[in-house]
Design a binder for this molecule. Structure first.
Ligand SMILES: [Zn+2]
Ligand SMILES: [Zn+2]
Length: 294
């Protein structure tokens, strides 16, 4: 498996002179497995560059969403493969109820069709984006029911876990050839509200993962103001990586106000603290363009 990072920033795109090295695009990570469809986790603004990279290929694309907050869907209308005739794109928004699906979804659902359009397409309504979803040339379909069974039937060993996040969010684990990859962003490990999953549940889910990508938006000095906003402290992500004995921790979903030099400092500090532990966990602060062979 190879994981590639196209957007690593949380909340809102943050271009500017202070974010040039780590990047200002919102979440998007692609996972490439030989002979399988390309898995794309989240469709933040980073997906635009991924689309350009995929435009010359023909592979089927699976877009797996953690949730539908803006920073996870806004890049989708700019994803070049959407406009390629006959390109196969399946979307897995996973949990959206009737209140968040668009009129087209509701009509299809009423007709008993399990293939529905989803919030990714619902934003392409002519009001929020000029191109309407019905003018997309690719063969897009949205799978919102029994999506895990569908992915399993396509040969992917994938599982999900409910995260602690206002409005809900999910994390995913993909296993292949004895290796495991976990994508767990927009997760507040120690929230003030009732937990959907407790710390031990995450330890179990991430147990000895080869790569854990985890939300690390905040520092102690951001608290108590941002406690309850749905994101974790860097130290909490490190704690999870240690307890779960993961083999490589990637800190992700950076605060839009975090400058490059601060992210350098965060990486140095996290590496120093993790280095004092046994077993030691390697740690990288995610940046756009990062590619990891798993
Ligand atoms: Zn987010
Ligand atoms: Zn969110």
């Amino acid at each position: 498996m190879t994981a590639k990072f196209w957007g690593v920033r949380g909340s809102i795109p943050s271009p500017g002179v202070t974010t040039t090295r780590y990047g200002g695009n919102t979440p998007c990570v692609s996972l490439h497995l030989p002979g399988e469809p390309i898995l794309v986790f989240d469709a933040g603004t980073g997906i635009r560059d991924l689309g350009k990279a995929l435009a010359a290929s023909k592979e089927e694309i699976f877009i797996v969403l953690t949730h539908a907050h803006w920073d996870h869907i806004q890049g989708f209308p700019f994803f070049a493969p959407l406009y390629q005739p006959n390109r196969e794109i399946a979307m897995f928004p996973t949990f959206f109820g009737a209140t968040t699906v668009c009129g087209m979804c509701q009509r299809l659902k009423a007709a008993g069709d399990k293939t529905m359009v989803c919030p990714l397409l619902a934003q392409m309504d002519g009001i929020h984006f000029p191109v309407r979803s019905e003018h997309i040339q690719s063969r897009t379909r949205c799978i919102t029911e029994e999506e895990m069974s569908y992915l399993h039937s396509r040969g992917l060993n994938i599982s999900k876990i409910a995260a602690n996040h206002p409005g809900g969010s999910f994390g995913y684990k993909v296993e292949a050839d004895g290796k495991s990859f976990v994508y767990l962003t927009d997760n507040e490990l120690e929230p003030p509200y009732q937990k959907t999953t407790d710390f031990d549940g995450f330890v179990k889910f991430c147990w000895q993962a080869d790569v854990l990508i985890h939300d690390a938006q905040y520092l102690e000095q951001d608290m108590p103001l941002k406690h309850g906003w749905g994101h974790s402290l860097v130290t909490q992500a490190c704690d999870l990586a240690l307890k779960a004995e993961v083999k490589h921790l990637i800190l992700y979903h950076h605060d839009p106000d975090r400058a490059d030099y601060e992210l350098d400092w965060i990486q140095e500090d996290a590496r120093r603290k993790l280095g004092e532990q046994k077993p030691h966990v390697p740690c990288t602060v995610a940046f756009e363009g990062l590619s990891i062979a798993i």
